[in-house]
Design a protein around this ligand. Structure first.
Ligand code: ADP
Ligand code: MG
Length: 333
């Protein structure tokens, strides 16, 4: 009895402190008359990949710098690992990794020497060899450790930058546009690495301009001109953009308008019913939940004697989702 009570208490305590690893409360950052971050608030739970997505100049780097304690907010507050960045101790900093947009390597040092230099800054001791090797192997640079940094390709330099960020095994990792300007294959690999780190319990704060990368994140924040437009899961964003999930029903014969009216009135149809292709036989429906709407639609087709060609959920690309979200916001604002 006593044991179970204390175990429960432990759980409650750790739950309470581990709920939020990064918090921004109405934080703003001005540079003179330029408002780089405009009253942004969010909470990020630990053990997740948070994607901070926005175009160039939207304030991504400024936000990371506020969280890392490089900048002080003009107004509002941020808290990281339960502390204001101005209160960070050396111990706090050791728990945080930060890969800036332009990672600086020493061109005249080898891959290994560059990494070893970073490790020495972190005060890692003589046993650091194993840790360096692990970080290099993680980014698949183990076979290149004696190459001079200046002879590395852009992609390899980026991988070395990532290894350097991970060398002291931080639990919270800020990555500022780590996938910018690298080829799609390496981008995918990077996201694979990020997910692997997430699966080991690390928290990642990743900025990007590639909206398609939203799909790899657990949570996504959309930043436009210093304002956080929306923060949600990838599925949640899709829902917000279109008012629900999307189902495409392809029938053998083109349905006439009266059928479309009936479909609009069905209880699980929560949004528009359209024909994405005027000539074709597809009817596109916005529904609350595709997985339950599809069997219900099949039943409806049977009742109405409508012959079906196919039925499937339509997953629009994230580019379309972002365009819809930004348009929606513009209409409201
Ligand atoms: P992003 O990383 O999304 O490209 P930034 O955070 O670098 O955006 O910049 C956001 C806005 O703030 C931009 O308009 C930029 O010109 C401005 N800005 C950023 N840093 C400074 C600075 N140190 N001084 C003046 N303006 C700045
Ligand atoms: Mg930037």
């Amino acid at each position: 009895m006593v044991l179970s009570t204390s175990a429960e208490q432990n759980q409650i305590q750790s739950g309470a402190t581990n709920d939020v690893i990064i918090e921004a409360k109405a934080v703003s950052k001005h540079f003179g008359s330029e408002i780089a971050i405009n009253e942004v608030s969010f909470q990020i739970p630990p053990g997740k990949i948070f994607g901070f997505i926005g175009p160039s100049g939207s304030g991504k780097t400024t936000m990371i710098r506020l969280l890392a304690g490089i900048y002080k907010p003009t107004a509002g507050d941020v808290s990281v690992l339960g502390l204001r960045p101005s209160q960070f101790t050396r111990q706090t900093r050791e728990r945080i990794g930060y890969m800036p947009q332009l990672f600086v390597l020493y061109p005249g040092l080898t891959v290994w020497e560059n990494l070893s230099f970073v490790a020495s800054i972190y005060g890692m001791g003589l046993q650091r060899g194993a840790r360096l090797k692990q970080a290099l192997d993680f980014v698949e640079l183990g076979g290149h450790k004696n190459k001079l940094a200046r002879t590395l390709s852009g992609g390899m330099q980026r991988r070395l930058g990532l290894a350097a960020t991970l060398v002291n095994d931080p639990e919270l990792i800020f990555l500022d546009e780590p996938t910018a300007g690298i080829d799609p294959v390496l981008r995918q690999k990077f996201w694979g690495h990020f997910r692997e780190l997430r699966d080991k319990g690390r928290t990642l704060f990743v900025t990007t301009q590639y909206v398609g990368e939203a799909a790899y994140c657990d949570l996504v924040g959309v930043l436009v001109q210093g304002r956080l437009l929306v923060m949600d899961t990838p599925t949640g964003l899709r829902h917000r953009a279109f008012g629900g999930e999307i189902v495409d029903l392809r029938t053998k014969e083109r349905l006439d308008r009266s059928y479309l009216e009936i479909l609009r009135g069905l209880p699980f149809v929560t949004g528009k019913v359209t024909r994405p292709d005027e000539q074709g036989t597809i009817v596109r429906l916005i529904v609350d939940e595709a997985s339950t709407a599809m069997p219900a639609l099949l039943d409806w087709c049977k009742e109405q004697n409508v012959a079906i060609e196919s039925i499937e959920e339509h997953l629009p690309p994230f580019d379309d989702i972002f365009v819809a979200l930004v348009k929606k916001e513009a209409a409201h604002g």
